[in-house]
Ligand binder design. Sequence first.
Ligand code: NAD
Ligand code: MG
Length: 391
Amino acid sequence: MTIQNITVLGSTGSIGGSTLDVVAMHPERYQVYALAANSQVDKLFAQCQQFQPAFAVLVDVTAAAQLRNRLAAAGSRTEVLHGAAALETVSTAAEVDMVMAAIVGAAGLRPTIAAALAGKRILLANKESLVVAGEQFMQAVRRGGAELLPVDSEHNALFQSLPAGFAGDHVAAGIEELILTASGGPFRQHSLQQLQQVTAEDACRHPNWVMGRKISVDSASLMNKGLEVIEAHWLFATPAERIKVVVHPQSVIHSMVRYQDGSVIAQLGTPDMRTPIAYAMAWPQRITAPVAPLDFMALSGLTFEQPDLQRFPCLRLAFDCLRTGGDASAVLNAANEIAVAAFLDGRIAFLQIPQLIERALAQAELAASGDLDSLLEKDAMVRSLVQGWIA
Ligand code: NAD
Ligand code: MG
């Protein structure tokens, strides 16, 4: 087979690093075309030395200049670009076969849509782009003839458990519902009173996964599961009433599909993102991934619980926004990004996250979703609104 060129957006992050682990295992199949990140010079320099991409992108100008100097001094042939527009350049270049979309937050939206319009295979980790602009995103995938492969472990599990080529006709396929599993996060057993005291460090200590700080807080608030409900809706054209959430603290079953004949098809594995990443890269084939095999003997028992919407209102807010439609999910996401950043900085308490989101939803004058630019305008408006409340 011919070697595939990959651009990794968000290469210095948790998903970016796991992606490069899979690439490094299969040098005969994959070659890095571009690595892109926000501002981490040291990490991107080391990645460039190892993978020798044609391009490296840092959004931050000063950081990009530092990287350029260091690479030049090291005799590297990697060309360094800067600015957000460069993310689109390296996602749409003719040489690129696949784009790992692993920037965190709505910042990943434009380059991912650009990759879709350019007809690339998109390995989608950046769930926020579907939450902000699901309709526009899916339209871009269709218009560009792109291939969209979900990397988020739950959606990757659903993709593997749905009939091959499933295009959204749940009745014809005999599908009752999609069941998203949730670990419940580090505060699963905390009382409301205990939740008042938790810190950013507590939230980032996830029991099963090592992830970036923003998604760690989202997991702790169950907003991550809320975003994933919306993500599942757009990926599989599934209506809200056919999406269920079950708390499964061991994170071994990554999600399941319930069929009308009583069958439930699930995907299981060691909780390690390199499995869904390898799956998405190689689909419809399978390749090896540097992942420990699932050891049934070491699994003492799998347990399941209902999510508690009293203690974790973010999940309810996300379901509400999905049912409301229009730009409600974009408002939810923008308010959440600002609130989570403030919580990580120690400027607000954990339980203020859902409060700020609820207030933003009440005041943002929800509208029909419009085009991408109007959604991004709304996103910017809500960010400054919530920033103002926090300051
Ligand atoms: P992370 O914080 O570890 O990494 C984020 C990456 O995005 C970094 O490379 C950073 O430089 C880059 N970035 C941040 N802001 C940027 C900007 N404005 N412009 C360009 N680049 C920017 O995050 P992560 O845990 O790797 O998560 C990345 C995405 O994948 C998120 O959308 C997350 O929800 C999703 N995801 C992550 C996991 C996981 O296990 N970590 C699982 C499922 C989905
Ligand atoms: Mg997930």
